[in-house]
Design a protein around this ligand. Sequence first.
Ligand SMILES: Cc1ncc(COP(=O)(O)O)c(C=O)c1O
Length: 381
Amino acid sequence: MSFDFDSFPDRRETSSTKWNRYAGRDVIPMWVADMDFRCAPPIVEALRARVEHGIFGYTDPPAALAPTVCDALARDYGWRIEPDWIIWLPSLVVGLNVVSRALAADHEEVLTGTPIYPPFLSAPVNAGRKVITVPLTLSAGGTRWEWDWPALEAAVTPHTRLLLLCHPHNPTGRAWTRAELEQLAQFAARHGLLVASDEIHCGLMLDAQRTHVPFASLDADTAARTVTLMSASKTFNLPTLGCAFAIASDAQLRARVRRAMAGIVHHVGGLGYTATLAAYRDGQAWQQALLDTLRGNRDLVQAQLGSMAGLRTWHVEATYLAWIDARELGDASPAQRFESAGVGLYDGAAFGAPGFLRLNFACPRPLLREALERMRTALHR
Ligand SMILES: Cc1ncc(COP(=O)(O)O)c(C=O)c1O
């Protein structure tokens, strides 16, 4: 079956956050992480049928949903979980805020590696917890971002309680290897840390020979200290439908998560459940076609940026996000330079890395080509 990744309807008509930012200006938006692709036809069909029903009353998770998620995780990653390990959430960022409250006590420390998706830095602070950041480091040869193990060890104090892991990693595009995950698991065990593993990008593995390894699937001890956060929304482009979930094999961790949610976190909307069920049950053919498209886009981005003096980027193993070092340009705000030339990139400062940029390449190839041309022009200004 073939799917259309070459065109998309005008998103400004839908008050799109991504496109609204540059309303009335000729700026190609490549900042926030959603895709300029219509989602999988089986999801649109399931939503259409649900909308046709016409009654949108309070809705429980459909009976088929948790077993379908379990089957999908076993099918895609060989990870076996039980339906009652799942807690439904209205978004993954809500999940990051909930685990910051649930898994660390007042004034305990939450550890994470930078650069990092901004809510990793704000969620612990929202919860009154202290956030400790440890910069990732470049490998020998500079080909990929890695954990700085000595720095991670040095950052731990008796008050450190929770490790917030982003896997695959936004913004560097790393899909941590099993060896790296095992080292993280040993580190967490040695220091008695709980772990919240945000795996929202797990369906976007671009290195075709690799498979996502859920952190909690490593072994029973790791599972017992981990809350995994997932959602179909990144892979299937559904963020406005508001459905995510936490997975914890440990009943006490689940109870702590539920207590932190009680009375505050809204239930998931019925359309979110409908779309999530269709995605995990019927979305595979579309997902494979999407990954082929994204691989081509990634290769184009890498080739083009690689030939632009003053910019440096890295191979994206997973996600549709390229991380760019623009410090050599010497600009106070490199994002401003590219915005003036008609490309809206995400400023790395929000990720804890001023001088860097994040480029979202999930759009039709002609639009991506145009954006890359504009970036090249911007360098000559
Ligand atoms: C690592 C990561 N977590 C969470 C989110 C947002 O998830 P949600 O829209 O479900 O809150 C994103 C969005 O880009 C993300 O990259």
